[in-house]
Design a binder for this molecule. Structure first.
Ligand code: DP6
Length: 358
């Protein structure tokens, strides 16, 4: 007996996560993720998300699987709300099956929303026939997760705060091959963080230090931009540590206070400074809204640093990343994990079982 095969509209995109050097913290508009300040980041290669979006005429509701597991209700709701924005733009209203895989383990404590929403935006807009510019993609990705606006581009990226939805999107600052930096992510905790970034953004305004942070951020942006342009690693490293501390001071002093650091976070911050003072391998720290430490280094020091980092008490593991390129559509036949037979799927329920596996 022959099974009826139907070609379904489907596209697959890959996007790298990013690490911010000047950080997004606090919104002018919490619903639209229009930030209080600009931010600068580097797109990462080894921490990425691959997402396939497949629209079905007869699917009752959107479905989402992440790393081979059905996603929890909150994640489905967030992805579905994002698809609604794209469906509204395209004026096409089928439900979708979203199949997403991260290059890093789900429980590693590494945020996947930047790469996840960048890949989802690109795949969904492509499959619905919207041919959008990078800035339009960045603006839409921002609505799903602020930092995702920076993951549409590769290399060094700046998110222009804009002040309103139409103007708030990222632009490229320097290409991936401009400077050979690496990010050694030290995994301190794999626990799901209790206070997510969205809550952190809304609490930021309650910190007495937040206004001071906003008062210095323009100069910080200029200085980090210049250090990247001139590839001045010492200046750059000092600035990114100062900036990460400024964000965490705002978080710690908000009401209620948000304390992301663990003993291992502080131990590694201290160790990096000690190694620098002692003439050892040079790395500088930065942390997002969590306990894990991103050690930014020049590639020549990467191997020696990684070895030392793994010996610091409280460090469970490391993930080594170079600089990633822009989000792009990939042919599923070329999927790095062997996913995809062709762009033909049966209308059965088996799609989730053909997930890419690591
Ligand atoms: C501290 O709102 O983009 O990492 O909650 O994961 O969507 P999600 O994060 P987002 O906030 C990121 C905040 C930050 C700094 C930064 O990446 O700029």
């Amino acid at each position: 007996m022959y099974k009826t095969l139907v070609t379904l509209p489907r596209a697959t995109a890959i996007a790298g996560s990013n690490i911010a050097f000047v950080k997004y913290w606090g919104n002018l508009d919490d619903t639209l993720n229009v930030p209080m300040n600009g931010s600068i980041s580097m797109t990462l290669d080894a921490a990425h998300t691959i997402t396939t979006v497949e629209f079905h005429p007869d699917l009752p509701a959107d479905e989402l699987t992440i790393n081979g597991q059905p996603a929890d209700w909150a994640a489905v709701k967030r992805a579905s709300a994002h698809l609604d924005r794209i469906r509204d733009l395209a004026r096409k209203y089928w439900s979708a099956r979203i199949i997403s895989t991260n290059s890093f383990p789900t429980g590693a404590g590494i945020a996947s929303s930047a790469s996840g929403f960048a890949a989802l935006t690109l795949a969904a807009t492509k499959v619905l026939g919207l041919n959008l510019s990078k800035s339009e993609l960045s603006r839409i990705a921002r609505l799903g997760s602020g930092s995702a606006s920076r993951s549409i581009d590769g290399g060094f990226v700046e998110w222009q705060p804009g002040g309103r939805h139409e103007d708030s999107h990222a632009t490229p600052l320097a290409p991936a091959n401009h400077w050979d930096l690496v990010d050694i992510i030290a995994i301190i905790s794999t626990e799901h963080k209790k206070v997510g970034s969205s809550m952190g953004h809304s609490l930021a305004h309650t910190s007495p230090f937040y206004q001071a942070r906003l008062g210095t951020v323009q100069v910080m942006l200029q200085s980090v931009r210049r250090a990247i342009k001139e590839k001045n690693f010492t200046a750059f490293g000092k600035l990114i540590e100062e900036e990460a501390i400024s964000l965490h001071v705002s978080a710690m002093s908000s009401r209620p206070s948000v304390l992301y650091w663990q003993p291992g976070t502080v131990a590694l911050m201290q160790a990096l400074r000690r190694w620098r003072d002692d003439g050892g391998p040079v790395g500088y720290f930065t942390m997002d809204a969590g306990p894990n430490v991103h050690v930014i280094a020049q590639r020549k020091h990467a191997a020696a640093l990684q070895e030392k980092i793994l010996n610091v008490q409280g460090v469970q593991d490391t993930l080594f990343c170079g600089i990633g390129s822009a989000a792009r559509i990939i042919d599923s036949d070329l999927h790095p994990f062997g996913y995809g037979d062709s762009h033909v799927a049966s209308l059965g329920k088996d799609t989730q079982n053909r997930l890419p596996t690591r």
